[in-house]
Design a protein. Structure first.
Length: 443
């Protein structure tokens, strides 16, 4: 697709290119423009009609948006900004450099500029920061026919018209009605008789991750946002909720990999920034691993008596770390989706300890059989087997309790993921191993 667009551009077949763009999806066009040089990007963008141009612009990467703004005239930029939905305009302003922000706000209409500034005042992680004020509101004493008239008159500039919200004279949210319900009702019926009054809503200062999970729970296409006095001030649409879910997932992946979360994409983050985001945890984990070395040094006499003990250290440490990582991943995921709550801690531990016993016994039997066949040493097989069972039980218990502890302390449970769990379990598995070996082998 990119090659086709570039070919038409190079051959100056603009009319054919314009017709081709009209048949393409907005997301596909934005993907193409993200990779184009500035001149080609501007040429293609100018061939789009105003509404399509605004939709394509809102889907472009912020870096590409910045390049395009620099080549657009003030008149062209004004047309784009005025056709953007308000939440997209707020996102644009929040991501652009200060010099471009001034130019963007200068080209916006006074009313639009006022609302952009108002929405920018909400905390970054709040529902208010991702909501839009472009919604359909109705009155309960309207008829269905009057509701359709209002939708036709005002719906062109709204982000969604499927879900309509019913407010009183003071804009208090009193009900909700869908276009499907309106279509299936008589034209003379009152909105009051067909609206749902048990409206689920969120406040402007609700955490946006909580709001995103509510979309998943209730299968909403839009969520009403109210202020402290229960007045309807905006809505959050499903596309914004999906963006929040993606941001949350990316942040959790980075934390679980022992990295400081970055707000920029991989390629836009500099080498120094990447190093800075990773080095702190790497230093902590490296210095923590020194404890394991100290423990091993403490049991030098055991090594001297039975050198073969050293050969099993990597296997025991890896097995313990892997078991802990499995459990912590499941618990962290459960906490994120709210399937698991803090009061479920003992219920989760009881399940995990039973899993650990089953897994530990199987691992012990398999390894014990191998050791007896390979080394003809039954007691060594018993030592390794018991160590595996104890280590598996301990690692799965830590994998269960540590994320719960982080959640209780109002920290992100993701910090208790693989790297940290593995480091802790390594120390514990070595202690268990040599204590079992010393007791059973009398060394």
């Amino acid at each position: 697709m990119k090659e086709k667009i570039l070919e038409l551009l190079n051959n100056k077949r603009y009319a054919e290119l314009k017709m081709s763009l009209e048949t393409m999806n907005h997301a596909d066009i934005s993907d193409c423009l993200d990779d184009f040089p500035e001149e080609e990007m501007a040429l293609v963008f100018r061939l789009l009609d105003k509404d399509d141009a605004a939709e394509v612009f809102s889907r472009m990467e912020s870096e590409a948006q910045e390049k395009l703004i620099q080549v657009l005239s003030d008149r062209e930029l004004s047309e784009v900004v005025q056709h953007l939905f308000l939440d997209d305009a707020v996102d644009l302003v929040s991501e652009m450099p200060a010099a471009l922000v001034k130019r963007i706000l200068k080209t916006a209409k006074p009313a639009q500029r006022k609302w952009i500034n108002e929405l920018l005042k909400y905390p970054e992680d709040s529902a208010g920061s991702i909501m839009t004020i472009e919604l359909i509101d109705l009155k309960k004493d309207m008829t269905v026919a009057q509701a359709f008239d209002r939708i036709r008159k005002t719906g062109v500039d709204k982000e969604t018209i499927y879900t309509c919200y019913v407010t009183d004279e003071q804009r208090h949210l009193v009900g909700v009605v869908t276009v499907k319900t309106l279509l299936l009702s008589q034209m003379d019926q009152k909105i009051e008789s067909i609206m749902e009054t048990a409206v689920i809503n969120v406040s402007t200062h609700e955490d946006k991750e909580t709001v995103a999970r509510m979309f998943d729970k209730y299968d909403f296409l839009a969520m009403p946002v109210v202020d402290m006095e229960e007045r309807l001030v905006g809505i959050i649409t499903i596309d914004d909720a999906v963006d929040v879910m993606q941001e949350e997932a990316a942040e959790d992946f980075e934390i679980m990999a022992a990295m400081k979360p970055s707000e920029e994409s991989y390629f836009k983050t500099s080498v120094l920034a990447h190093a800075k985001n990773r080095i702190v945890w790497l230093l902590v984990l490296m210095l923590s691993a020194a404890i394991t070395g100290t423990i091993i040094t403490h049991y030098e006499e055991a090594f001297a008596s039975l050198p073969i003990l050293v050969a099993f250290i990597p296997m025991l440490m890896d097995t313990g770390g892997n078991c802990g990582s499995q459990t912590s991943t499941l618990i962290i995921r459960g906490l994120a989706t709210e399937e698991i709550e803090l009061h479920d801690v003992m219920k989760c531990w009881w399940k995990e300890i039973r899993v650990a016993l089953v897994v530990g016994v199987i691992l012990a039997l398999v390894n014990g059989t191998r050791i007896v066949i390979q080394y003809q040493n039954f007691m060594l097989a018993v030592v390794i087997g018991l160590t595996l069972i104890f280590t598996t039980c301990l690692s799965k218990s830590l994998g269960c309790f540590l994320p719960m502890l982080a959640k209780w302390a109002h920290m992100d449970p993701a910090i208790m993921a693989s790297p940290l769990i593995t480091t802790i379990v390594d120390c514990c598995s070595i202690l268990i191993y040599f204590n079992v070996a010393v007791q059973l082998l009398k060394i």
